[in-house]
Write a protein that binds this ligand. Structure first.
Ligand code: FAD
Length: 604
């Protein structure tokens, strides 16, 4: 290496920058306290009875959505004049009192560790984004148990001090990243009598170093996805990890839940991106002592950090692979006569290993739903505009009731993207697919971020909804989708639920299978307890997933919601291995958030 090159490495290695986050320490200044996302962004019904998306953060902002308005009325039989107004906030009387001792608070003060016992700060960090969480905040009772205290470590050393301290004082720790989990992962166990501390990692978000020679970066674990990506983009790089929640979820959360981003085909899932992750446990720090790309040195015990879900320690720093920013991004889309042709095409693309950064397939219901989310001005180029509709139905012989759409995102050098696009188009054609253009592809990806806001509107009009996902081998994909849809439909019929939606999309592909993501929602008019009913049907759907060869989760993790299946589907030896690790790393069970395994470890 010449001197100039080595100086560059040295210079780029010493970054250590505090990142100014889009999300302030007082989260509710910018984020909703009782729903998804930014406070200024939401679906609402105007005085004219039209659904509109507010704010200008997303491209469908500040426009009327007449087709969507019609769609919700027809499919879910929603009466938009009957709004179920959510509560403004809980009174202090409704929020469980903090049980922290004054002595412990005094010690934190002496140690200069930032903390609060404020009611709303504690409440905000005691839930994720499950239907139960959000429904309870808006219409139900406050959670029976919330954390007693929030602490904000400033760095790795603060975390070491906190972990030592809670062991001495027999206090429970729940690590908190972005709070976007959909598994009950940060909720406090109801029967926990010890004091519970939420360790909010958000102030631990420095870019520690960037190694341009080896394409590595090290961030503190509290950095939020969009902040991390912005800091890298400024310097000409990307990490390419883009879960649909990346605007609000944290690096530590991604590692702790084994997250998957939509661009995993090129950049990898989080486990492919992480070179090293420091985790502070009660018995010391788990970390590697070198940042090499691969090692053959016995079982990699350090992997235990991935998917640990806050049960073993606190992740403080993560070293990730990065890539130079791509020259261009190109969207595309393909229409298929039916879901089966689409799945077969995706399977062939995976077999030839020519997936672009992202490839997704929406079923007919989701396709229609996506088309409904357009404004009047935006009709041109849409698959439902008269010309295209006529072409698809009369010329190609497609039926609007069965067509589905594959959306594609390509990144890289322009010339390569062109070749890649042609290659996919050729495969798609052999399965009866017809290219539907960039615009439909781009809309598909933009809607990914906006769809998450719909549930809050739905709740206001007596619709409960949630998503659930799985991974499955290719040979079982179609039957799994079919079985789950039928199971849900049967159960809805049994329960006399007339207006519901169950739809799916294939979101990730692998050599041997894919990830399937379901949306399910129903109009609960006439039912007493919509959340329990939802939970009951989702449980039956998950049983059907497992019986159809699917997994407990592709990326949402286990949390508390899926412990039942985790315990059933892991072998006894695996459970004993986890139990032994837990007892060794956390002998006092201070990381007692109750994720993964719900029964006492002594029973294993
Ligand atoms: C709209 C929406 C879209 C989503 N899309 C995706 C997606 O595309 N892909 C995907 O993988 N997931 C997705 N999720 C799920 C969720 O965003 C991920 O699980 C995410 O990784 C959670 O990160 P977080 O920072 O919000 O973690 P939190 O919700 O704060 O915590 C999740 C778990 O991780 C633990 N944890 C957090 N930080 C640390 C730390 N530093 N050390 C130790 N443990 C820690 C917590 O204790 C908890 O057990 C989505 C969720 C929503 C609501």
């Amino acid at each position: 290496m010449d001197e100039k090159e080595s100086n560059k490495t040295l210079k780029s290695s010493l970054v250590d920058t505090k990142v100014k986050s889009v999300i302030p320490k007082n989260r509710s200044e910018v984020l909703k306290w009782n729903g998804w996302g930014y406070r200024d962004s939401k679906f609402k019904v105007t005085d004219q009875g039209m659904i509109r998306f507010t704010g200008n953060r997303y491209s469908i902002g500040e426009t009327d959505l007449p087709f969507f308005t019609q769609w919700v009325q027809q499919v879910l039989n929603i009466d938009l004049t009957l709004r179920n107004v959510p509560r403004e906030k809980f009174s202090s009387r409704e929020i469980p009192l903090s049980r922290v001792s004054t002595n412990f608070l005094k010690i934190l003060k002496e140690m200069k560790i930032d903390h609060t016992t404020d009611d709303h700060a504690r409440l905000l960090r005691s839930h994720g984004q499950t239907l139960y969480d959000i429904y309870s905040l808006r219409y139900g009772k406050c959670f029976p148990r919330i954390c007693d205290l929030v602490v904000w470590p400033a760095n790795h050393n603060d975390v070491i001090s906190i972990v030592e301290l809670v062991n001495v004082h027999n206090i429970v720790i729940v690590p908190f990243g972005g709070g976007t989990n959909v598994s009950g992962a940060v909720s406090c166990p109801v029967n926990e009598n010890r004091c519970i501390v939420s360790v909010d990692t958000s102030q631990m978000n420095r870019l520690l170093w960037l190694d341009e020679s080896n394409l590595l970066v090290c961030f503190e674990a509290g950095v939020i996805g969009q902040d991390l990506e912005r800091e890298l983009n400024k310097r000409g790089y990307t990490c390419g990890h883009e879960p649909d929640s990346y605007e609000f979820s944290s690096l530590g959360g991604w590692v702790a839940t084994r997250a998957s981003g939509m661009k995993k085909n090129v950049y990898g899932n989080i486990e492919d991106l992480v070179i090293d992750a420091k985790m502070v446990t009660c018995k010391g720090v788990v970390e590697k002592n070198s940042k090499v790309p691969r090692m053959s040195s016995g079982p990699e015990f350090q992997q235990i950090v991935l998917g640990s879900e806050g049960t073993l320690g606190i992740i403080t720093e993560v070293t990730l692979k990065i890539r130079p920013l791509p020259d261009c991004r190109v969207y595309d889309s393909v229409v298929f006569p039916d879901f089966e042709s689409g799945v077969k095409c995706m399977r062939e693309v995976a077999r030839q290993r020519c997936q672009p950064v992202s490839i997704r397939l929406m079923d007919n219901t989701q396709f229609r739903f996506g088309q409904a989310l357009r404004s009047v001005e935006n009709t041109f180029g849409n698959l439902f505009d008269t010309f295209k509709k006529t072409y698809l139905t009369h010329v190609c012989g497609f039926r609007l009731e069965s067509i589905c759409v594959m959306t594609l995102l390509f990144e890289g050098k322009r010339s390569k993207v062109v070749t890649h696009r042609n290659c996919i188009a050729k495969i798609a054609m052999s399965f009866g697919g017809i290219t539907a253009g960039e615009r439909n592809g781009e809309r598909g990806y933009m809607l990914t971020f906006v769809i998450a806001y719909i549930r809050d509107l739905a709740l206001e009009y007596r619709v409960v909804a949630e998503s659930f996902e799985t991974s499955v081998s290719w040979d079982k994909t179609l039957s799994l989708c079919d079985n789950v849809k039928k199971t849900v439909a049967n159960e809805c019929n049994k329960l006399n639920i007339k207006y519901y939606l169950i739809s799916c999309r294939v979101t990730q592909t692998y050599d041997s299978g894919c990830c399937v993501y379901f949306y399910f929602g129903f109009n609960w008019t006439g039912l007493d307890d919509p959340v329990s009913t939802y939970h009951h049907i989702e449980t039956i759907a998950r049983d059907s997933i497992m019986a159809s060869g699917g997994s407990i989760s592709h990326h949402h993790g286990v949390g508390k919601l899926r412990t039942h299946w985790y315990e059933k589907h892991m072998s006894k030896t695996v459970l004993s291995l986890y139990s032994a690790s837990k007892k060794m790393l956390d002998p006092n069970n201070v990381f007692a958030n109750g994720n993964l395994i719900s029964f006492p470890l002594s029973k294993i």
